[in-house]
Write a protein of this length. Structure first.
Length: 224
């Protein structure tokens, strides 16, 4: 991949997942980034204890990243690229620590990135969590309208750049306004993910586990 850096949001406790009996596999999230070719991770959290916990996980891993720690100053997850822009590369993966994506998915995001666009992961959301509904054109672009049904969602992992980070204050760091702006310009691309790329509810992860198990069967080294 051309992209070798990931900004990883680890500030949440995934409390809704854990209350549903789901143990979030954060160590596998980092391993999949490593397999995809990421060399450096910028960890963002809103408490130093969260950074220390993530640093401990990475220090015990069988793989190695260059690691930078960064504290969120209250702009929310979608404000992180703006806050951390001084330590970010020209373009970078923007990921959540509790997500699980195939390494090939990161490569497809990387291949879709161009100088003036941003690339989200597209998926069909769980009925209990519709998120921000969007339409996905057959040409790889996100549309707010245009004749296609609005039954999809876009989320992390994303492939974005410094130009994207610089625009975020004008939208008040609101994801619905960010999506509306880039889609209206025809500069919001998507790459479909076979695994739902982001989990908020236990039902989402439970429904995705058969596909995740199939992925592990094809990659037995990830089970350990």
């Amino acid at each position: 991949m051309k992209t070798v850096q990931a900004l990883v949001a680890i500030g949440g406790r995934a409390s809704r997942l854990r209350s549903g009996g789901i143990d979030v596999p954060i160590s596998k999230s980092f391993l999949l980034l490593h397999i995809a070719g990421i060399k450096e991770v910028v960890l963002c959290a809103d408490a130093r204890i969260q950074l220390l916990e993530a640093d401990l996980i990475l220090s015990q891993a069988s793989f190695e990243f260059k690691v930078r720690d960064f504290l969120d100053d209250g702009l929310g997850v979608h404000g992180l690229p703006y806050q951390a822009r001084s330590v970010l590369d020209g373009q970078f993966i923007f990921e959540c620590g509790h997500g699980v994506s195939e390494p090939q998915h990161y490569s497809r995001l990387d291949a879709a990135k161009r100088a003036r666009n941003v690339v989200f992961s597209g998926f069909q959301p769980h009925p209990s969590n519709p998120r921000q509904p969007v339409a996905l054109s057959p040409f790889g672009y996100v549309r707010q309208s245009g004749g296609w049904p609005r039954r999809y969602a876009v989320a992390h992992p994303m492939l974005v750049d410094q130009a994207y980070a610089a625009t975020l204050p004008q939208f008040g760091f609101r994801i619905e306004d960010i999506i509306r702006h880039y889609s209206s310009l025809g500069r919001l691309k998507y790459v479909m993910s076979r695994l739902p790329p982001e989990f908020d509810l236990a039902e989402e992860m439970t429904d995705a586990m058969p596909e995740y198990e199939n992925f592990l069967d094809r990659s037995p080294n990830l089970r350990s």
